[in-house]
Design a protein around this ligand. Structure first.
Ligand SMILES: Nc1ncnc2c1ncn2[C@@H]1O[C@H](COP(=O)(O)OP(=O)(O)OP(=O)(O)O)[C@@H](O)[C@H]1O
Ligand SMILES: [Mg+2]
Length: 337
């Protein structure tokens, strides 16, 4: 005898099959819900495996977010930490270039995306790895872009990390919101600014934006803060140097004839003033260093080309200030209370 479906009497007296076949539409909904659940679980697992997640933002473009993100990651790696960078900038991703990974492709295994390894073993995931050709801009509609970001967060096999630094496009856009909603337990955001007034006004917006994201501000970094000129002359010579803004800086060479003078190309101290105004920490200033520009072009980051130089030292100071803001103390290890 052929199997007949079991029927159940509903309260209304009608009978319905106990295990009705789902319609194609229901089947699709179930698959989508399952995929979403799996991604959510994966994000939670990723959240657990990465001790610290730090977002790097600015209100204004071109102030040095990607330079700061890569610099922080390398400085942390220099300290021996396991570090990753997630480059969320879809329209202008340049982190791979700065990390010496230009032209690299992503490696996918068992449906998981494996990050590329850049300088000092830093793991890198970037939208640039998906681009066919770097001169063609990516034009993705909002929902597709945000879906791609979620996928990047949920499907990447980072392994265990001490720090994940997340680099964003400029402005208070949807990307930070999507990341903040997708990735659990973000420690906070670092706001990058240059010293000029216009950049400072925009960074004030970023600080207000953090409140709507419910992500704390770890502090403000002032980038391109001053340009130091070093030279030698006869010991004890006093030099008068014409500085921007019509100022004259006076310096005297030391006993070995060495002198150094710092020119405030864009003025200085604005980052500190913004931090004070909003009651958030000032994390430090990074010098204007043409080595960053060269590093962006030739793929050897300043911290790699001069690991003990003044710029690397300035990054180490900013890293220390950030670690002081994190709940588990300066060395990134967990404190047991
Ligand atoms: N401290 C610095 N000294 C000298 N040049 C710098 C410094 N920081 C960044 N630059 C240069 O400024 C340019 C912009 O830097 P970067 O790409 O890091 O900015 P961004 O804020 O990420 O830009 P975008 O908003 O387009 O993402 C680059 O050419 C970079 O090399
Ligand atoms: Mg950038």
């Amino acid at each position: 005898m052929a199997d007949s479906p079991v029927t159940i009497n509903s309260p209304g007296g009608q009978s319905a099959p106990a295990n009705p076949e789902p319609s194609p539409q229901e089947q699709k909904q179930m698959e989508q819900a399952y995929a979403q659940m799996k991604r959510k679980m994966s994000m939670e697992e990723i959240g657990r495996k990465i001790k610290h997640k730090i977002m790097v933002l600015s209100g204004k473009g071109g102030v040095g977010k990607s330079t700061v993100s890569t610099g922080l990651a390398l400085s942390l790696a220099q300290q021996g930490h396991r570090v990753g960078i997630l480059d969320i900038d879809i329209t202008g991703p340049n982190v791979p270039k700065m990390m010496g990974l230009d032209g690299r492709r992503l490696h996918v295994e068992n449906k998981r995306i494996h990050p590329a390894e850049g300088h000092m073993g830093v793991k890198v995931i970037s939208m640039a790895f998906l681009l066919e050709d770097e001169d063609t801009p990516v034009v993705w509609r909002g929902p597709i872009k945000l879906g791609a970001i979620q996928q990047f967060i949920g499907d990447v096999e980072w392994g265990e990390l001490d720090y994940l630094v997340i680099d964003f496009p400029p402005g208070t856009s949807d990307e930070p919101l999507t990341v903040a909603q997708s990735l659990p337990d973000i420690d906070g955001m670092v706001i990058v600014t240059t010293p000029q007034q216009v950049a400072l006004l925009d960074s004030r917006k970023s600080i207000t934006f953090s409140e709507s994201l419910k992500v704390p501000v770890l502090g403000v970094v002032e980038n391109m803060s001053g340009f130091t000129v070093n030279g030698t002359t006869a010991p004890g010579t006093t030099l008068n140097i014409a500085a921007p803004g019509g100022k004259t800086l006076t310096t005297t060479a030391d006993d070995d004839g060495r002198f150094a003078v710092t020119l405030d190309i864009f003025k200085q101290g604005g980052g500190q003033a913004t931090a004070d105004e909003f009651g958030v920490p000032f994390l430090g200033a990074l010098p204007f260093d043409p080595g960053f520009v060269r590093g962006g072009d030739d793929g050897v980051h300043r911290i790699v080309s001069e690991p003990d130089g003044p710029s690397a030292q300035a990054f180490a100071n900013v890293v220390e200030a950030i670690q002081n803001q994190l709940s588990d103390g300066a060395d990134g290890s967990l404190e047991i209370v």
